[in-house]
Each structure stands twice: as C-alpha cells, then as structure tokens.
Write a protein that binds this ligand. Sequence first.
Ligand SMILES: Nc1ncnc2c1ncn2[C@@H]1O[C@H](COP(=O)(O)OP(=O)(O)OP(=O)(O)O)[C@@H](O)[C@H]1O
Ligand SMILES: [Mg+2]
Length: 369
Amino acid sequence: MSLFAKKKIKNCLGVDIGTTSLKIVELSQSKEIRRLENYGEIPVEGIELNASKDNFESKKDSSFFSSTTKQISKAISVLTQEANFGSKKAVFSIPDFSTFFTSFDLPPMKEKEIPEAVKFQAAKYIPLPLSEMKIDWAIIEGIPCKKKGLFSKEISGTKLNILLVTVPNDVIFKYQEIAKMAGLELLFLEAEVFSLVRSLIRNNKGVILLVDIGGRSTTCSVIENGILQSSHSFDISGNEFTYALSRSLNVDYNEAERLKREIGIRKGTKEEEILYPLIGLILREIKKLSSQFSQSEGKKVSKIILAGGGALTPNLEEYFSEQLGIKTIIADPFLDIVCPPSLSEILKKMGPSYSIAVGSALKGLESIV
Ligand SMILES: Nc1ncnc2c1ncn2[C@@H]1O[C@H](COP(=O)(O)OP(=O)(O)OP(=O)(O)O)[C@@H](O)[C@H]1O
Ligand SMILES: [Mg+2]
C-alpha cells in the first residue's frame, strides 16, 4: 500500500422536496469528519407533488403524476448542475403526509417471528391493501426472546411495542422516477421524520419533542433516547401565518411574508395579535402530544427543538419556552459538520429548513462503505 494512497472520501446528496421549496445538501465524509460541500434551494411554487392520504385516490390520475414528476426532476437537475453538486448518490425524504405512522403491541415472541406478526397486525391499521403499500417497522420498546448460543436456553422476552411506517407504492415509484429522471442514484427513501431525528437528536438522551413548522404542515414528534415514539402532522404552519397577516392587514402576500419574517410575534405588535390564535393551535397540539406521552409513559418532555422555516419566526422560540415551560431551541443540523466559517451566520438561518436534507445526506454517508 502506498503511503500516499488517496484518502477515501464519501459524498452524498440529501434531497428534501418540500411544498414550499426543494432543498439539496451535499455532505462528504473522510474518516470521522463530515463536511458541507454544497447546498441549494429553489421554490416549488404551484407544484403539487405529493399525494396526501385524504385525496390520494383523486390524485392517482397518471397525467398528474407524470407532469409533476417531470417538473420536480427538472428542478433537481437544474439545481444540481447550476450549483455544481459533485455526487450522483442521493437519499430522498418522503413527506410525513405521504407516510402513515402507527404503533401497537405484540406479545413476547422470537425475533424471527416478528416480521410475520407485524404484517398481520399492519393489515388492521393501514388504509390501503398491503399489496399497495411498502411497510417498515422498528421496536420502540421491549426485548424479543433470544437464544444466546446454539445450545443455550432461550431468554424470555417481553411485550413488544412496534412502530409501523407505511408508504403507498405509488409514492415510492414516483420518487424513484424523479431520481432516475434527474440522473441520480437513489440510495434510500426515508420518511422525513427519521432524517430529522438523525440530524437533530444525535446523542441527546431523554424525551425530546421535534416540531417541524414547514410551509404547508407542521409535524410534532416525540423522541425518547433517540428513538421515535410518536408523530403527528396537522395543517397549520408557515404559509398559514402569511395568509392570516395578508388578510388582516390587507396587504399582498409578499408584504405579509416580509412582516412575518421581520416582526413575527414580537410582543405588543399587531402581528403578534394576528398570529396568536394560529400559534395557539400549534401549542395546543404540542401540549396534547406531550401530555399523552407523559400519561402513558410517566416521563416528561425535557426539550423542544424547532425545525422547518417557520422556526425562524421572530420571538417564536421564546414564546414556546414561556408558554410551555419547556426549554426550546432552534434546530442546528450543521453543529457537528465542518462548514466554511464565512457561512456560519447564513447556516444558522438555513439550519431549521435544511434539517431534513442534512439528515438524509447523513443516512447516505452511513450506508456508503
Ligand atoms: N425567517 C423566517 N421567518 C419566518 N418564517 C419563515 C422564515 N423563513 C422561512 N419561513 C417560512 O417557512 C416556511 C417554509 O418552511 P420549509 O422550507 O421548512 O417548508 P417546506 O419543507 O417546503 O414545507 P412542508 O414541510 O410543509 O412541505 C414558509 O412558510 C416560509 O414563509
Ligand atoms: Mg418540510
């Protein structure tokens, strides 16, 4: 082996197709050091990409799928070429509203029996036939029965709490098609909440609530010791704030967006007064989720991490801390990643909305050997 052998460097893209904007991050890894190589974002105005569960049937029309697929893949090609992204390997995230989460208990059983039992239970919970869905699952709590050695006695396991994640096959095909048309090698597709957990939770122990306030929806997820326990999405989020300001102040959308980003919910402003009821609805959902968790598990949420572009609404972080009595911080997915120092201020602002793309790219780096 030559002393001057080239160090092995891995590169991967993380692609987050949000309803407001498409974000791509390129990370590299050499030994344990991860670097930000590139990033870019473009608005996806007017492109309805993702089929939600409610109107999934009505969106099965193939022309709808093929036209949006083309537009999105074109947008990805333009962005990766113009911003000179180097890697062709990519991990795409799937939005929470295209993903169905549920959890259920299984009696103690052997590890190899779990997949069949999950499939059997899954059929009771998911809205479409199993043949039309891809299912994935993880053990949230409990230990399966195990044999330590070939001839040793079996160790009795415990009741198992299973988290089930299902995605319709059509959604998966669509993402595969987008990646192919954009000339990318799709390494993985993952539900966006898992990308968020990877980029924001790291080694944080205890119960943490992740709140992703995007353009179209907000997702609250409870994470305990790095493992997703439950997740819930609803439609109040960033764009709704802008519409509310635009309506109440009788200004156009762009002006309302500017006011939201500059004033947000600063105390004593009319913007605060207008946005207060909407923020109140988000707080109500958070309280519901955290009290459900503390009632069933007897543990309290110790920290809230705000992600998504909406996390940057001025005074939101302080407001959440005050109203919920829980330490609240703004997401910083670039914390453990080497970035050019000249970008540190910009990255702080970008962090919340790039959290998913960073988590997806990290998944890619973990998988490339
Ligand atoms: N500085 C800011 N202050 C307040 N809101 C902001 C700021 N920057 C972005 N936003 C808002 O964040 C929202 C977009 O967030 P994000 O990029 O996370 O959405 P998305 O991932 O495209 O949407 P979704 O997750 O709902 O599909 C928009 O409503 C935008 O107005
Ligand atoms: Mg998003």
